[in-house]
Write a protein that binds this ligand. Structure first.
Ligand SMILES: Nc1ncnc2c1ncn2[C@@H]1O[C@H](COP(=O)(O)OP(=O)(O)OP(=O)(O)O)[C@@H](O)[C@H]1O
Length: 232
């Protein structure tokens, strides 16, 4: 295979394609450019890690790809939907149906139990499926904690709940922003292994922002950012 045919083969299965994304923020009188004309694609089922120094724009880029934030210009397309053209209601439907999220600080709903947090994406999409929820609770080894509230859980248990919630509705893509950043090494390894195993079962693409080189070593592709641009 030539280099160019290899490149086109690896791009033939594109799930998410973002083009010329830019983002500025206003700091006092100054307009700072924090994402600068970034082009990025993610293939279906691919595991991509985004690395780079603190402040290089990783979390901002992830937020733009996941439609949690708006770019100043540029476009994001997911599975034939041009997300940049959709209103907030239509985006909410796509986020519920096609995306999963794992954040560094867990972001569980504090008044819902483990089982209810995991069921939440199915419930708001009006597709309740208790069998699927039970399967995920077992997969992340939280059967004994199913009726606990988030504030009764350890950090590792909270993040395992978040991982199950992210995968429960068979999303096309999961976005994770430093998912192991608040965990000790043992819990970090367990959470990452669960995230990788479950997304493999579901066939989801996975995009992870991390500083962890061990995680990067497991990725299909590593993207490095510097000063708002992708440099490799
Ligand atoms: N709302 C905002 N207002 C002002 N500056 C912002 C805002 N959001 C992000 N920034 C700045 O944009 C730059 C990129 O931030 P971002 O959080 O994306 O970086 P990062 O690479 O994820 O960093 P870290 O590894 O520390 O989490 C940083 O310099 C940050 O201070």
């Amino acid at each position: 295979m030539t280099l160019s045919s290899a490149a086109s083969a690896s791009r033939s299965n594109i799930l998410l394609n973002a083009s010329k994304l830019t983002k500025t923020v206003q700091v006092g009188e100054q307009t700072l450019s924090i994402i600068k004309e970034v082009d990025i694609y993610i293939n279906a089922g691919e595991f991509v890690v985004i690395m780079g120094k603190s402040g290089s724009g990783k979390s901002t880029l992830l937020g733009l790809l996941a439609t949690l934030d708006y770019p100043d210009s540029g476009s994001v397309e997911l599975a034939d939907h041009m997300l940049s053209d959709l209103d907030e209601d239509a985006l909410a439907v796509i986020r519920q149906r096609d995306m999963g999220f794992v954040f560094q600080s867990f972001h569980l709903l504090p008044t819902l139990t483990v089982a209810e947090n995991i069921a939440f994406p199915l419930d708001i999409a009006r597709r309740p499926n208790q069998a699927r929820v039970n399967e995920l609770i077992e997969a992340v080894d939280l059967g004994h904690r199913r009726d606990s509230l988030p504030n009764q859980l350890s950090g590792g248990e909270q993040q395992r709940t978040a991982v199950a919630r992210a995968l429960v509705s068979h999303p096309k893509i999961v976005f994770a922003d430093e998912p192991t950043g608040n965990l000790d090494e043992q819990n970090a390894n367990q959470v990452m292994q669960l995230l990788l195993d479950l997304r493999q079962q579901v066939g989801s693409a996975l995009v992870v922002v991390t500083h962890d080189p061990a995680l990067a070593a497991m990725a299909d592709r590593v993207i490095t950012m510097h000063d708002g641009r992708i440099v490799s």
